[in-house]
Write a protein that binds this ligand. Structure first.
Ligand SMILES: Nc1ncnc2c1ncn2[C@@H]1O[C@H](COP(=O)(O)OP(=O)(O)O)[C@@H](O)[C@H]1O
Ligand SMILES: [Mg+2]
Length: 291
């Protein structure tokens, strides 16, 4: 009984705060072709850098069974989205506070099964996720490599997609395949490219330029270039130390370039294009789910 009351109070408090500061929420889905290109490190440090720039960010880990983000940030979340549905918890119960105001939601280890849940469970999941509308400025989904059925739905439902690749030909080819598949399902997707582990900005520009030319020529798809992250041993070191490089080595090249990316992102059209936010995300993703 006492616990019930505490939970209700917590929800009321969250809702109160929420109502006080309703925001335009943008949903960003992060993808790559090949795995191991630095997607999770990008998602985490991009989130932290956005927060440093005054954005309220919720980071959701949908890389099923990998628990990547919580390890990278040295957290051990008590609950995840699966517990939420199975245990009837609210989204506020499964959202964990991380460093510097980061708010993280762990996907748990069997999200694939989740979308095959009963109609009631699915509705419950979506109604809880929808509460994030207006709560954060940006909701970031980190997904697994390539396109699972679920991650595909996530990308198609998001306001925009950040595609992470490295200069490796295999990573580039796989990244192209991902965009090709998504583009054939929705030609209006807003895709921004990040080239990670570049030797120089010149290399980044060459790689991104080449990618852009190919998607334009073969798919008639315009892709924005968001930026580059250098190959930097501080990233590897931060993974070992389970502290994001933005916090651990804020003066590293990787951190500096990340801050530049965020500056460009926030000064660009990030705010101005028509985001449908979490409400639109739920509407679109629900359309794919058999209920
Ligand atoms: N910019 C970088 N510089 C150096 N190493 C990097 C960089 N980005 C990623 N890495 C290395 O690649 C590994 C995989 O990164 P991760 O973010 O887990 O990839 P993904 O989520 O795409 O599978 C990291 O543990 C790190 O060692
Ligand atoms: Mg990952």
């Amino acid at each position: 009984m006492k616990q019930d009351q505490a939970q209700k109070l917590r929800e009321l408090y969250q809702r109160f705060n929420h109502d006080q500061q309703t925001r335009t929420t943008k949903v960003i889905s992060i993808t790559s072709g090949k795995g191991g290109v630095g997607k999770s490190n990008f998602a985490l440090n991009f989130a932290l850098s956005l927060i440093e720039s005054g954005q309220k960010v919720v980071l959701i880990d949908l890389d099923i069974g990998m628990a990547n983000l919580e390890i990278l940030v040295g957290m051990n979340p008590k609950h995840n989205l699966i517990d939420m549905v199975e245990g009837g918890k609210s989204i506020w119960d499964v959202m964990e506070k991380g460093p510097n105001g980061l708010e993280l939601i762990s996907g748990g280890s069997s999200f694939n099964e989740m979308l095959d849940l009963s109609a009631d469970d699915t509705n419950y999941l979506f109604s809880e996720l929808e509460k994030l509308q207006g709560y954060a400025d940006i909701i970031l989904f980190d997904t697994g490599a390539g396109l699972s059925r679920e991650s595909q739905r996530c990308h198609l439902a998001a306001d925009e997609i950040i595609l992470v690749t490295t200069p490796e030909p295999t990573a580039m080819t796989d990244a192209y395949s991902v965009i090709k598949i998504l583009h054939h399902q929705d030609a209006n997707l807003h895709v921004r490219l990040v080239v990670n582990r570049v030797a120089s900005s010149k290399e980044g520009m060459e790689i991104a330029g080449r990618f852009r030319t190919v998607t334009k020529q073969f798919l008639e798809k315009e892709i924005d270039i968001l930026g580059f992250i250098p190959n930097d041993s501080h990233v590897f070191q931060s993974v070992l130390e389970q502290t994001p490089f933005l916090l651990n080595y804020p003066k590293s090249q990787a951190a500096k370039w990340m801050k530049d990316i965020v500056k460009i992102y926030l000064n660009g059209d990030a705010k101005s294009n028509n985001s449908t936010g979490m409400k639109g995300f739920i509407r679109k993703i629900s359309g794919f789910v058999k209920i």
